[in-house]
Design a protein around this ligand. Structure first.
Ligand code: SF4
Ligand code: SF4
Length: 479
């Protein structure tokens, strides 16, 4: 599809968006591709200001040209058998048909094969925009009712003209949210067929009995959590210790899991940790209240989308603490190097960009760098930063909490392994498990004590600083 998208873009001189819906994004497999050739079309920019720098008159003409292209592309999609096709028999009409897009197309096809339902025609739309009107109209005309099964939202369903014939999300036959897994699709098809007085595929009820049995096992719920030894956990622990009553706007990255530690109150989009902190400050200060606010975001998120928000906050004299969680890597999206590393994504050398330099360049006057593994120092630094924020002559305080990602740079993250154990002093208060939430700390129901899971423990030693009774201690012997 991507190869086709490039060709289409060249042919019609338009950008083409490939929209992988949810189940494609959740899949992985090996792919084969032919040897990549050298670029056959070297860069050759032709100056054409009416197109590339157009003023309103030329924009009007371009809009007209774009509308004409839409009609032509729609025509192309009507007969684009590789992606858009149906299996209607010429001249035949049907009481019920199905229109699909994305992975549900394959699921529906598999189900029809499994239950030998050659009587139900299927229209698969892989290229739905500009909408292949003629193809869809032919399908609608041949069917009394059509059920639309597409991922995530109503795209194809909205574009079908005959809403009376159409079943889908708008008619309540397809759930508005959640993934369309095969079990769900079978139930959806069964209900729609029954509503149209057609025999269902099966009497499958979505596996209620199996779900009931599994539910009855009382299996423990496991929340997604930061890795053992993750420096973000130590940062969040210190932030909450230093500023327990603050508002905590945060951002998008693996550190969003700081919500488990009670230090992530908002997550909206990349950079919103800063812009929402600014918004909170300005909303409260109108009533004369200077709310304590600690915003967090990762180093990569900061470079991606935090800089403009920070400039805006400095310019408007918003007051909050910003903690940039600098682990030197873009961990959540696959361990790409952060731009502070001076390495490009394909391994070639790039030019490292200084995080401190950019923060100061945004106009920030208060900047400290700490190692979050030293929680005592980090707590002290946050408290001092709060004094600066509250000082009439102060401003935004930025703290760079810098420690390498424990997965991306294991040796650098934990240069010296510290083996820990829980001593008999433990009174099972649960503080370390609740407030530090390292997955290696668990409660043994038999001993009613906290213990260390030695398989999970990364031996970072940070939990030594957490237990108020000092019941977590260094251990010189192997477990
Ligand atoms: S190790 Fe310390 S913090 Fe954890 S449960 Fe025991 S006493 Fe509480
Ligand atoms: S040393 Fe403590 S904090 Fe570090 S991974 Fe092990 S249990 Fe977790």
């Amino acid at each position: 599809m991507i190869r086709f998208a490039f060709d289409l873009s060249e042919e019609f001189q338009v950008p083409v968006l490939v929209r992988p819906a949810i189940r494609v994004c959740h899949a992985r497999q090996n792919i084969r591709y032919k040897t990549l050739k050298n670029n056959p079309t070297p860069a050759n920019f032709k100056k054409e200001p009416s197109r590339w720098a157009s003023t309103p008159k030329f924009r009007f003409l371009q809009h007209k040209a774009l509308n004409e292209k839409h009609v032509k592309i729609s025509e192309k999609f009507n007969t684009l058998k590789a992606f858009n096709q149906h299996n209607l028999k010429k001249g035949k009409t049907y009481p019920f048909g199905v229109i699909t897009g994305g992975v549900p197309s394959s699921v529906v096809r598999d189900l029809f094969e499994e239950y030998d339902r050659k009587d139900i025609p299927l229209l698969k739309l892989g290229a739905p925009y500009p909408f292949p009107e003629k193809l869809a109209d032919a399908f609608l005309t041949a069917c009394d009712k059509v059920l639309v099964i597409e991922e995530t939202d109503t795209v194809i369903e909205y574009m079908l003209r005959d809403k009376v014939k159409t079943l889908g999300r708008l008619s309540g036959h397809v759930p508005m949210e959640g993934e369309l897994v095969p079990e769900k699709i079978e139930v959806i098809l069964n209900k729609a067929l029954a509503d149209c007085k057609q025999s269902p595929l099966s009497d499958f009820d979505g596996g209620k009995e199996a779900f009931g049995l599994v539910g009855g096992l009382g299996l423990p719920l496991r929340k997604p959590t930061l890795c053992p030894g993750c420096p973000h956990r130590a940062s969040f622990y210190s932030i909450r210790k230093a500023m327990p009553k603050a508002v905590f706007p945060s951002d998008i990255g693996c550190y969003t899991l700081g919500s488990n530690l009670g230090v992530v109150d908002t997550v909206l989009d990349m950079g919103a940790g800063i812009t929402m902190a600014s918004g909170f400050y300005n909303a409260y200060i109108q009533d004369g209240v200077q709310k304590p606010i600690v915003a967090t975001l990762g180093d990569s998120t900061f470079f991606h989308s935090g800089i403009t928000g920070l400039i805006n906050a400095v310019y408007n004299d918003s007051r909050f603490i910003l903690v940039i969680l600098d682990n030197g890597i873009t961990a959540m999206t696959g361990m790409q190097p952060a731009i502070t590393q001076g390495l490009r994504v394909d391994g070639r050398k790039g030019n490292a960009v200084s995080l401190e330099g950019v923060v100061e360049g945004c106009g920030v006057k208060y900047l400290k760098v700490v190692d979050p593994f030293d929680t005592k120092n980090m707590i002290k630094t946050i408290k001092k930063a709060a004094d600066y924020v509250n000082d009439p002559k102060g401003g935004i305080a930025v703290i760079i909490s810098r420690h390498p990602c424990v997965i991306g740079f294991k040796d650098a993250a934990i240069p010296e392994k510290i083996t820990v154990r829980v001593s008999g002093e433990c009174n099972d208060c649960g503080f370390c498990r609740d407030r530090f939430e390292c997955p290696a700390l668990f409660r043994n129901p038999e001993t009613e004590k906290t213990e260390i899971n030695t398989v999970l423990c990364a031996e970072c030693g940070v939990c030594l600083q957490v237990c108020p009774r000092k019941a977590i201690t260094k251990c010189d012997h192997p477990f």
